[in-house]
Design a protein around this ligand. Sequence first.
Ligand code: PSV
Ligand code: MN
Length: 397
Amino acid sequence: MANSETAQLDLAFKALDAFHIEIPSWGFANTGTRFGKFTQAAAATSIEEKFADAAEVNRLTGVTPTMALHVLWDLPNGLKDVPVVKELEQRFGIRSGSINPNLFQDQEYKYGSLCNPSAAIREHALGHMLDSIEIGKALGSRDISLWMADGSNYPGTQSIRKRIGWLEEALRTSHDHLALNQRLLVEYKPFEPAFYHTDIADWGMSSHFARHAGPQACVLVDTGHHYTSQNIEQIVAWLLHTGILGGFHFNDRRYADDDLTLGSIDPYQIFRIFSEIHTAASDGLELDIAYMIDQSHNLKGKMEATIQTVVTAQELYLKAALVDREKLAVLQESCDLVSAEELYRGAFWTDVRPLAAAWRTARGLAADPLAALRASGYVERTGQERGSRNSAVSSYA
Ligand code: PSV
Ligand code: MN
């Protein structure tokens, strides 16, 4: 093997050893759009089945040791469900990942949760935040990942500024309840379900709320939560520079928050995000970034789509690691535009699949996790076991 090939292999192994990604429990359950749901025979129908699916993904990919939990969906009885989850963690070898409070589904949240004009409803929502933090402590999971649907649909119907104040207060109180090792991740989204104003609409607002809440709060970037053509890697660069980037919800989009498979529409976008992160790391910035998936597999098989996503994330992370950053810095300083761009794009065009397969083989994993899933018969088996519960109209395809 030539020296340069060995160096590339070393670099690839180092990058992939360092890369873990969290899968969401809700990615295994039946989901749909507001127009309807197409059920899948193999979809998980309980928290136990979600853990089983997560364990299978981790067995095949080796890089998904944690699963994000959504409190109302996975722990409907709150803290009382913690022992059940702990037993499942033990049984399946998967740890609970980020804890997602649910402040968007209950009837009282029609006009908002932590930003509701009613003090009683704000208090109730804060209670759920504090319960979620306690659940995180009891499960030993570090990140509380907050997304709120709060906002309004018509101009003049809400005081935007009063709501800012209420949210500042609630997030500071929540922050005061965090254990020293916990973090509060503040997610933003420009619209939907609110269509006039959303209380945390962009990264600037998230940064403000996180900073106001305290040092353990940071920003969560969901790649689907941006307007078309927004420069997400620039946002990431800003969050890195200001030391407030806490994590990602990865997915892809064509129009809005489409929740499509990562890299299915614009893999170059994700490469550019990862590239900012690798550059920040090689510049010596302290990074602590939670990589998470937030997708809804409405048409694709859930296990296949999850594995496809994990593998794609690894490939794009690896491509971005291959950028020769020393050379690029020189080209940037001399403003050699075409050479700089070619060097950058060259890494993106590199076929890293053989490198990823070599890493998997060296780590005792299936070289091709998707093929291994298909060969395992897992989806057919779980489809038979769960089929009647899912009342599927057709078999998994
Ligand atoms: C909202 O669109 C979101 O991105 C939030 O992260 C939620 O927790 C998740 O999707 C699931 O609905
Ligand atoms: Mn999200």
